[in-house]
Write a protein that binds this ligand. Structure first.
Ligand code: ADP
Length: 488
């Protein structure tokens, strides 16, 4: 199968190596320019989903028998085709046009796929190594088997790497897959999947399109053995219900309401302001592991606000394709409305709302889902902007007097994705960091800049189940099994 670059503009099914789909269509519009149609998605039918699962199941037996080294070679070759398509088909630009984020972020979203593949290929043998244990009573061989057909459901903020985080380890472990990307950012992922599939046996990697209904049909399909999902907590709960019908294995990467704690000994300078601003406002705040609540020791409160504000004032907000843009629009209407609602609710309750940054194109401002980077002070802990995940460019900053109190407030949440501690004393920060209820705690860093694909990422509490990336993120696509002749 060859890579049809133009097909990236019409997202269709990929089932058993064939591009199909003639169902209802949806338009993909540019969130920075609402009158610009970027492409179309052809929604899959229930029959398409079944055909995709059947195709994955048929391909599964031979793929699972393919030696690990050969699977790594093929997935490596598939990732190289993606890197090539990124250049040939200007995939980062396509991604920015459908998603809204700035071009360097789209470039990174796609480049991370190659980096993740290199990492997984390098550590696959270690991750999947068998253990042979022999003693007088006999032998035990502990080994890993693929789970089977995996359904992957991915979101619209970082669509390529969050798809890659499922495709690459799942396939390397010998599973086959049906992927459903978010219906508002299907185009770059379709191009990526088509490029990858052209290097793989037919049916190993399949693609369907649609929203909740098709997602539900896929995640409840009896032929699917595992569901890997990144998205909201509410949808995660729906997926758990759907997966429960046939006791499927699940990995859920859900939201975060990450707290960052700036201690009284932090060095407050431009660098700190820049680091906090980037960690909270990258992709217009639409990142699971972004700072969503900032707690600052009262002695540094004013200084920290000033340094973050200065960094935000250096940002120009505009079309993500414009090299001057430091922040693009929000991806979709629902998210835009929600962030605006949370901010006005806080304002009405007496909080102070401060907007920063330059507007690149005043005449086009209302033709996109633009919001300037916003800091909210004087806000009550009970405000929804603090207690819920805003997933947008509006950050509440709260003072604290006692370290203990900051930890309690940071932990007083049903979320537990990531967190950070900022201090000039790393030992102190590491000690405090252990007390935070988060899958990852960063010291003097947070968010995308701190992302490490060799570490297992994921959430505690309602932020998820299971881990992606690192060795755990590979092993998540296996069942541990053993054979033994041991008797006693
Ligand atoms: P958002 O609300 O921001 O769109 P979601 O968590 O709903 O975030 O979406 C993430 C992904 O989950 C998307 O691909 C979406 O189509 C899919 N999805 C939404 N609802 C369901 C569902 N009930 N079952 C399976 N997938 C779903």
């Amino acid at each position: 199968m060859s890579v049809d670059i133009s097909s990236g503009l019409v997202a269709r099914n990929l089932i058993d190596g064939h591009v199909t789909g003639h169902g209802p269509r949806g338009e993909i519009t540019n969130p920075a320019k609402l009158d610009e149609v970027v492409g179309e998605v052809i929604y899959s039918s229930a029959e398409d989903v079944s055909a995709a699962v059947t195709s994955a199941a048929h391909a599964g037996a031979a793929w699972a028998r393919t030696p690990l080294a050969r699977r790594c070679e093929l997935v490596g070759a598939a990732a190289k085709l993606v890197a090539q398509a990124a250049v040939d088909a200007s995939l980062p630009e396509l991604l920015t046009r459908e998603q809204g984020k700035i071009l360097p972020e789209s470039e990174l979203d796609i480049a991370l796929m190659s980096m993740l593949t290199e990492y997984c290929v390098a550590v696959a043998e270690e991750a999947l190594a068998e253990q042979h244990l022999t003693d007088q009573a006999g032998t035990r061989i502990l080994f890993r088997k693929p789970v089977g057909v995996v359904a992957a459901i991915t979101p619209w903020n970082w669509p390529v790497v969050l798809s890659a985080a499922k495709i690459v380890p799942a396939l390397i472990c010998g599973n086959t897959m049906v992927l459903k990307p978010a219906p508002n950012t299907p185009l770059a992922v379709t191009a990526v999947v088509q490029a990858m599939a052209s290097a793989l046996p037919d049916g190993v990697l399949n693609l369907v399109h649609g929203a909740a209904e098709i997602g539900n049909i896929l995640t409840s399909h009896p032929g699917v053995r595992k569901v890997a999902f990144t998205g909201s907590i509410a949808t995660g709960a729906d997926i758990m219900r759907a997966a429960s019908s046939t006791i499927k294995n699940i990995t859920l990467e859900l939201g975060g309401n990450d707290a960052a704690i700036v201690l009284d000994d932090a060095v407050v300078d431009d660098q700190l302001g820049e680091a906090l601003a980037t960690a909270a406002f990258a992709t217009s705040g639409q990142v699971c592991m972004a700072i969503k609540r900032l707690y600052v020791h009262q002695n540094r409160y004013t200084d920290v606000i000033e340094s973050v504000a200065a960094a935000l004032d250096r940002i120009s907000v505009g079309d993500g394709r414009d090299p001057r843009s430091g922040m693009g629009p929000l991806n979709n209407r629902a998210q835009f409305d929600r962030v605006n609602a949370l901010v006005s609710e806080a304002r009405q309750a007496g909080a102070s709302v401060h907007e920063y940054g330059a507007v690149l194109d005043h005449s086009g401002w209302n033709n996109g889902y633009f919001i300037r980077p916003t800091l909210v002070t004087g806000i009550d802990e009970s405000a929804r902007l603090v207690s819920e995940e805003q997933f947008g460019p509006a950050l509440p900053i709260m003072p604290f007097a006692e370290e203990r109190d900051a930890v309690e407030r940071a932990n007083g949440s049903e979320y537990g994705l990531s967190a950070s501690v900022w201090s000039s004393d790393e030992d102190r920060a590491f000690a405090l960091g252990r007390e935070l209820e988060a899958g990852a705690t960063y010291v003097n860093a947070h968010g995308l800049k701190a992302f490490d694909l060799s570490c297992p990422g994921g959430g505690m509490k309602q932020s998820g189940i299971g881990r992606e990336f690192g060795l755990d993120g590979i092993r998540a696509y296996t069942e541990t099994a053993y054979i033994t002749n041991r008797r006693q």
